[in-house]
Design a protein around this ligand. Structure first.
Ligand code: CP3
Length: 348
């Protein structure tokens, strides 16, 4: 293999296309309720949004999984829904119910207020600045935002739904307003990511958790086009920006997403078959894609899942991760076992 000068942060080398084995690893939602120290800080903070908007708490919970497990990347602690919140939409998190918002009406879309956007999000930028100073030099710092489609699903329904029927229906009944909503979210999200990069984020991830519920034409219009717009705008300001796209559930449409959005790295969910993952990896770095339930189960199911990814994708640029967020019932011992298994593999 060609020898290159490695940077301090292996995750960035891999995202830019280098193969490193054993691969670097981090986990989506690595700061969260499976950690006792997270649950303690969350209690101290009061509500979930108090964690997100208070840099002391947000820095602390971001660092907790790094201290405990030494992951190769750290992800800013916040939530994708702070973006519509900063556009003036109300947002609450209720224990056991997830996010709750007042559903937007079509005529409210033109009135979304961008005036206070960056002022509301200033604590997030401060969190990123402090994290970059507080993290070990070898730990990459990831910023993030939600993709416009996924944010729109919550803004329209006011809560999570299994198939996003309210947002799909809204899109077909009110196409002009719906596209304006995606456009507004794309524009402010690009600014949000640029500010995170300027504050010290090494790379950013765009989470499109609900990509998998759309037909082909709507996937192109609601997922690909707005993310492509974000990528273009971020790169206009920061040409070297490293951007991970995660269109969860996109299935066979992952290929057009990779080709058209211009993301640097591609987050794969666990339903992506190895043959497709290898084809996608030939075009650039991939990240993923262990089923989070294998991590909950542990034992042979976990060991087999980890080996399948290392054997199938370890010869190309791979950032080891889950195929979606870690769940609260995940035993800490299983995370430790997974890391031991990955890190004990001999270099290839
Ligand atoms: O990955 C990380 O560690 C960074 C932090 C992060 C959170 N949410 C913290 C969080 C990130 C990157 C997110 C993204 C996010 N938020 C997504 C996209 C990724 C995905 O999981 O699909 C979505 C759809 C949301 C919206 C959201 N936030 C939901 C649906 C929920 C409730 C689900 C749940 O697990 O309760 C949240 C709450 C949330 N965001 C929690 C955390 C740690 C749990 C809240 C708590 O502590 O009570």
């Amino acid at each position: 293999m060609e020898q290159k000068v490695a940077s301090k942060r292996v995750v960035l080398d891999v995202l830019r296309g280098e193969t490193v084995f054993p691969p670097p690893v981090w986990l989506m939602r690595q700061a969260g309720r499976y950690l006792p120290e997270y649950r303690a800080t969350r209690k101290q903070a009061g509500g979930f949004l108090d964690l997100c908007y208070n840099p002391d708490f947000a820095v602390e919970v971001t660092l907790q999984p790094i201290r405990r497990f030494g992951f190769d990347a750290s992800i800013l602690f916040s939530d994708i829904l702070v973006v519509p919140h900063a556009l003036g939409r109300d947002l609450r998190f209720e224990e056991g119910r997830g996010p709750l918002m007042t559903p937007i009406r079509p005529e409210e879309i033109a009135e979304l207020d961008r005036g206070g956007f960056h002022a509301t999000l200033e604590p997030v930028y401060e969190t990123v600045r402090r994290l970059r100073r507080g993290l070990p030099a070898e730990t990459a710092l990831l910023g993030f935002c939600g993709a416009p489609w996924t944010i729109a699903t919550y803004v329209i329904a006011g809560h999570g739904t299994p198939d996003q029927a309210p947002a799909r229906l809204f899109a077909y009944r009110h196409p002009a307003e719906f596209l304006a909503l995606l456009d507004t979210i794309a524009e402010v999200s690009a600014e949000y990511l640029i500010r995170q990069i300027e504050a010290g984020a090494d790379a950013v991830q765009i989470f499109d958790s609900w990509s998998g519920v759309l037909d082909e034409a709507s996937f192109a219009a609601f997922c690909v086009a707005p993310v492509e717009k974000i990528v273009r705008r971020v790169r206009a300001a920061r040409p070297d920006a490293v951007i991970i796209g995660f269109p969860k559930g996109a299935g066979s449409l992952y290929d057009t997403y990779r080709a058209r959005t211009g993301v640097t790295g591609l987050g794969l969910d666990w339903s992506v078959p190895l043959s497709q993952a290898q084809r996608l990896q030939a075009e650039g770095a991939v990240q993923g894609n262990l089923d989070p339930m294998r991590l909950v189960a542990g034992g042979q199911a976990l060991a087999d899942g980890v080996d399948a990814i290392l054997d199938g994708l370890g010869r190309g640029p791979l950032v080891f991760n889950l195929g979606h967020g870690i769940t609260p019932e995940t035993p800490l011992a299983h995370v430790e076992a997974m890391l031991r298994q990955i890190r004990s593999r001999a270099a290839q």
